[in-house]
Design a protein around this ligand. Structure first.
Ligand code: EPU
Length: 345
């Protein structure tokens, strides 16, 4: 295995920001992963697993340990369960998420279509419990295969072990312990779609010739790609990691108080309790912060929750800008917001 030194990380992130990794390697198998982990131990440096780099903000100073670029690949359709319409479909952690989603649909398995066009890798999907347009990936995960760095063993975790929540999972709390190598999904082939999310409902309502029962999973994929394309910035032009913050979840009491002051404030009850408020709406309608730039960093003109950067922007500028947003939201609403993007230094 080759361990490179002082590799610039900006090229590996969608923010296109960040200093260098002290050590860097590509890992294409579990044996290579073990070797990389042992290398970090021998050098007494921390390690960090890099997927698609789409949810990271890397400091201008970079990372002083080993960056392991996950390249374990492979996709396969496994056994069908007793329930004929359900099949296990598996992928290596290094597969690109959206290529995998397309492949499942082309092979006749539905479920992941609402999660189309999300950048990143299969291995990163469970960590974040990626979600969009009324679907979260945790609903479709049957088993996560991981390397446990505490016991040096390969382990299998079922969906319950993963403790999936809104943009949350056990992997975020046991940081660095488990390195995901493969993910198994339980997908269906009944062609059923979920178009309840407002943007999707509006999209198909505009197409008067189609009724809900005629909408296919592949059409939902096309709709999601279209909606995202129109609402999110072009990743080739701007540096961005999509939504920078999580939508806050508040108590009913807090929401009632805010609703008096801001009657138009949208809300979504959370299954786990509490009320989710779209932060994009707050930034836009309460703080008037949609489409504002400070130097090389700003909020996107069509979606205030999305932070964008111009080429050459520094991580420190992003930190200063987003801390200011946090302060303004706190002052206007009393809510402490939390970053969704992971800070690496
Ligand atoms: N809104 C505004 N102004 C804005 C932005 C949003 O008024 O500037 C309003 C919208 O009109 C809508 C509500 O806020 O009524 C929610 O907006 P949207 O549907 O765009 O969704 P979101 O809550 O801002 C979440 C995810 C996105 C995902 C979309 C679609 C989080 C943190 N973000 O955004 O995920 O694509 O829903 O399902 O939960 C990501 O994680 O990087 C990401 C892009």
């Amino acid at each position: 295995m080759i361990f490179q030194e002082n590799i610039s990380l900006a090229q590996y992130t969608t923010f296109k920001i960040g200093g260098s990794a002290r050590f860097f390697c590509l890992v294409a198998s579990i044996d290579e992963l073990k070797e990389a982990f042992e290398f970090a131990q021998k050098k007494s440096v921390p390690f960090f697993v890099l997927g698609g780099g789409s949810n990271l903000l890397i400091s201008d100073e970079g990372f002083h340990g080993l960056v392991i670029k996950m390249e374990i690949r492979g996709k396969k359709i496994g056994d069908r369960s007793q329930k004929l319409e359900v099949a296990t479909v598996s992928a290596g952690a290094g597969e690109m998420w959206d290529e995998f989603v397309e492949w499942t649909l082309v092979n006749g398995f539905n479920g992941l279509e609402n999660l189309s066009a999300i950048p990143g890798t299969v291995g990163a999907a469970p960590v974040q419990n990626i979600g969009a347009y009324g679907t979260e990936v945790g609903q479709f995960i049957s088993t996560v295969h991981a390397f446990d760095t505490h016991t040096m063993k390969e382990i299998e975790l079922n969906a319950r072990d993963c403790h999936f929540g809104y943009r949350n999972s056990m992997f975020k709390h046991e940081k660095g312990r488990y390195i995901i190598t493969h993910v198994d999904f339980a997908l269906r082939n009944d062609g059923k779609v979920n178009v309840e999310y407002k943007d999707l409902r509006n999209y198909f309502n505009d197409q008067v010739t189609i009724t809900n029962s005629q909408i296919t999973p592949l059409q939902v994929r096309e709709a999601v790609i279209d909606i995202r394309w129109n609402k999110l910035p072009d990743w080739n032009t701007w540096g961005t990691a999509g939504s920078f913050f999580k939508n806050p979840i508040v108590t009913q009491e807090k929401f009632d108080e805010l609703k008096v002051k801001y009657p138009g404030m949208p809300s979504f009850p959370e299954a786990s309790g509490g009320i989710k408020i779209p932060l994009g709406w707050i930034l836009d309608n309460v703080c008037q912060l949609k489409g504002v730039m400070t130097g090389g960093v700003g909020t996107y003109e069509k979606q205030a929750l999305v932070i964008i950067t111009k080429p050459g922007a520094k991580a420190l500028e992003v930190v200063a800008f987003t801390q200011d947003l946090m302060k303004q939201v706190k002052e206007a609403t009393g809510i402490m917001i939390e970053a969704e993007v992971e800070w690496v230094n």
